[in-house]
Structures are given as structure tokens and as C-alpha cells.
Design a protein around this ligand. Sequence first.
Ligand SMILES: [Zn+2]
Length: 77
Amino acid sequence: MSHVIRSEVTVAEMAEHGIDSVDAFCEKCGSLWRAPIHILPPATTLAKIAALMVCPNCGGRHVDVVPASREQRGTAH
Ligand SMILES: [Zn+2]
């Protein structure tokens, strides 16, 4: 499994890998939350998603995003 994540990867490309959401992290207050990306236009890039993201806790705009794969979630066998 590749861990090379390009900031120009698109929603459509991530969807091909079973990724329909991102884990977002606020650099200001440390909030961590999961945001759905399948609602976004397929050509939206990860960098664009990060730019659009606003922290629901403090309203901060310095948000880090990482693709969140359903397959990575804990107890799946
Ligand atoms: Zn915050």
C-alpha cells in the first residue's frame, strides 16, 4: 500500500481507493474530525479540500487533511 499522498490527488482518485472521507486536524486548537468528501466535485484536490476546511471548534483555517480509508478502520477482518 502506497503512503505517498499527493496534495493534488482528487476526490475521484481517492474514491477509486475506497476513500470517501478525510481526517481533518486543526493546527490551532488540535481538534480532530472526519469530513465526508464524496459530496464534493470529483475534480476537487486534497489541497483544495484543506483550503476549504474550517475548524468546527475554533473556526481556524489552518487545517491538515489526510485521506481516511474505510478499510483502515480497526476491527475489519
Ligand atoms: Zn480548531
